[in-house]
Write a protein that binds this ligand. Sequence first.
Ligand code: FAD
Length: 459
Amino acid sequence: MVLTRRAFLRRTGLTAASVIGLRQIAAGASAKTLLSEPSQLADATNSLKPEGLMAGIESANVPLRDWSGYTNYGRVAEAFAPSSDAEIVGLVKACRQRGQTCRVVGLRTSWSLYWFDQTNDLLISTKNLDQLAFDTEAMTVTCGAGVTLETLHREAWKRGLTLATSPAPPWVTVGGAVSTGSHGSVMAGSMSSSLIRCRLVNGQGEIVDLDEHHPDFDAVRISLGMLGVMTEMTLQLQKGFRLTLTQEPFATQNWEQSLFESGPMSFLHANLLEEPSVVFKVDYDSSNDENHNDLIKGTNADGVPFVSGPAHLVVMNYAPPSPTIAGSEWAVPLEKFQSVLDRFKADNQLLPAKIWMKKSAGESALLAAGSDPDKAYVQCGCYHPVNGNQDPKIIEQMVKKVENIMLNNNGRPHFAKLIYMNSDQMRSLYPKLETFQEVRQRMDPDGVFYTKRLKALFG
Ligand SMILES: Cc1cc2nc3c(=O)[nH]c(=O)nc-3n(C[C@H](O)[C@H](O)[C@H](O)COP(=O)(O)OP(=O)(O)OC[C@H]3O[C@@H](n4cnc5c(N)ncnc54)[C@H](O)[C@@H]3O)c2cc1C
């Protein structure tokens, strides 16, 4: 059962009432009443209008489905959409008091649905955490976790600034992108590596300010909302730059050269069945036209079509295909990737005809996909269509098959994509998981943010 915002208000109305000085009435209500189902509780709480802390918090409808519709609970939950730290503190403290789990949700583009637990979660939407401020001298942005990448990209570009890397879709939140370790194709870490400061409401309802020198910061960077709600984040930006993208065929066997020697941000769509594959060659735009703020499409001197423009419009502005897709993505150490490809080619049953390949470097986050900052990784995505798929079961079967292969090649999963592993497998992949768990238990001793689903994965 999902506890709707209204039901939560009814239940916590007693708590809120006590906050606003109705302690006596609340004390008069029996424990049985406090634990009753919402319908039974309605009469008891109608006389206690929750005009306190909780009552002023805006609501948001959150459809309980991922972006693609692959995982779909077929319902819409009424969530809280707080606009201040104080409101979030109130919600977390109320959850803690009630022994209820709480999840924070951005725009639900992640397939894994780890932001939701189907049982008794209280959902907090970040949609009203939308403040945005730039320090152009320090080249940083400080923003609410609910700001979308689209807004951040646009406003940064106006100030001559750009993110070093970001996932392709601009229709996701900064909080979600950082918390899942989302990335582009560049020899650097994920967006979480650009995080230099953040404010978090932890599981005890405390507001914690951390910067990159804080000993817990590498736990916070990629934490899937397990440590609490990141409310405000400061990210390091770069001087704005322009890129040019062209597409070229290549032989799949030359994947390493095509990925690592075809420009700073190139990525591949590699064909497992037939040649050729496609390299999306992304290089710095040599025209360096300062007035060039839109995408320009044309044909270069060799007759090859190109797109050029501000970095975010060239590689961070992905229009989703139709039909929608679902699947998994793994980061594999460069030296292991040929072995993955050999396994894929030897038995391509269940796999898509083409896989996506990007590049990255390791980073310091405890739950990062790549652990060694001096090492190169191949980010490999395998997806099947969801809409119109004759047998959506193939998606789960494919993900499990890919997991098997990646586990044998020191791969680590992208947390925004589908994962079916168990906690023993996770422990074997993340030697720093224990350190992460220590931080989590300190920040959230009662497991307010640690749902059953997360526990099943992280142990
Ligand atoms: C079509 C498509 C293309 C994609 N392309 C890429 C790509 O190129 N590269 C890549 O790396 N990824 C890619 N992704 C994954 C995508 O980047 C993530 O799904 C996305 O960033 C998550 O943002 P969201 O706002 O949807 O977060 P949600 O899906 O709502 O949440 C994701 C997780 O973050 C946690 N979270 C959200 N906000 C906060 C907060 N304020 N504090 C703490 N925890 C929080 C949630 O609890 C949840 O665990 C793609 C996804 C899609 C659908």
